[in-house]
Design a protein around this ligand. Structure first.
Ligand SMILES: N[C@@H](CCC(=O)N[C@@H](CS)C(=O)NCC(=O)O)C(=O)O
Length: 218
C-alpha cells in the first residue's frame, strides 16, 4: 500500500500513529507529497484524490481511499486486533467516531485559520473571531471529556485529539493551552509516551513559517 504522505500533515499523522499502534507502519510505502491549499493543487495528489488532499491510501487492489477517517477504519478492518481500537459496532465505536469528528474539525479550524491569515489580504476580524471561538469551544469540550478519552482504547478518537493538540504545538506554539487545560495536559503527557506518537512527531521539512496567529489561552 502507498500512502500519500507529508511529515507536516496532522491528518497524515493520524494514519501513521494508527499504523504504528497496529504494527503495520512498515507495510505503508510513504510517498512524499506537498498539499497545496492555495493556488493550483498538486497534480500528483489530484490524480488520486480529485479534491487534492492528503492522506490518500493507494491499495494494492481496488480504488484509493480518501480521508483519514476512512483510512483508519480500513486499517482497523484489515489488521488482526484492529477492531480493539475501533469496534465494528456499538457505543464504543460511536464514541471513537464522535471524538474523531470533533478533533478533526478542530484541526480543520486550525489549518483554515492559518491559511486564511497567510493570504495576501490577511484575515478579516469576523472570520478570525469565528476561528477563535470554535477553537476555544472545542478545547473546552475536550477538557471536559479528557478523563473519558484517557480511559478509552487509543483508537481514532484519542489519536485525532493527539493530532489536533500537536497542530496547536506546531503552528500556535505560544498559545499556552497547557496552562489553561489541565486534564488535556495529562492526556497529552500520557500519549506523548507512546512510541507511535513519538515516532510521528510533526517535522517542518520545508521550514516554512507563517503569521503570528495571536491565539492565547488564559
Ligand atoms: N478531512 C480530511 C482533511 C485532509 C486535509 O485537509 N489535508 C490537508 C493536509 S493536512 C490537505 O491536503 N490540504 C490541501 C488542500 O486543502 O487543498 C482528512 O481527514 O484526511
Amino acid at each position: 500500500m502507498i500512502l500519500m504522505w507529508s511529515p507536516k500533515s496532522p491528518f497524515v499523522r493520524k494514519v501513521m500513529i494508527l499504523a504504528h499502534e497496529l504494527g503495520i507502519a512498515e507495510a505503508l510505502a510513504l510517498q512524499r507529497e506537498v498539499a497545496v491549499p492555495r493556488g493550483v493543487p498538486n497534480p500528483a495528489i489530484l490524480a488520486v484524490n480529485p479534491l487534492g488532499k492528503i492522506p490518500a491510501l493507494i491499495r494494492d487492489e481496488g480504488p484509493a481511499l480518501i480521508g483519514s477517517a476512512q483510512i483508519l477504519d480500513y486499517l482497523c478492518e484489515i489488521t488482526p486486533g484492529g477492531r480493539a481500537l475501533l469496534p465494528a459496532s456499538g457505543e464504543a465505536r460511536v464514541m471513537q467516531l464522535r471524538w474523531q469528528a470533533l478533533a478533526d474539525q478542530l484541526t480543520e479550524v486550525l489549518l483554515d485559520w492559518r491559511i486564511a491569515a497567510t493570504g495576501p489580504l490577511g484575515i478579516d476580524a469576523a472570520r478570525r473571531a469565528s476561528f477563535e471561538a470554535k477553537t476555544r469551544a472545542g478545547m473546552a469540550l475536550f477538557e471536559a471529556e479528557a478523563p473519558l478519552l484517557r480511559a478509552a482504547p487509543f483508537g481514532p478518537g484519542p489519536i485525532a485529539l493527539t493530532c489536533a493538540l500537536g497542530q496547536l504545538d506546531f503552528r500556535y506554539p505560544d498559545c499556552g493551552w497547557r496552562a489553561a487545560f489541565p486534564a488535556l495536559t495529562r492526556f497529552a503527557a500520557e500519549t506523548a509516551g507512546r512510541p507511535s506518537v513519538a515516532a510521528t512527531a510533526i517535522v517542518n521539512d520545508q521550514g516554512d513559517s507563517g503569521p503570528d496567529l495571536q491565539l492565547t489561552f488564559e
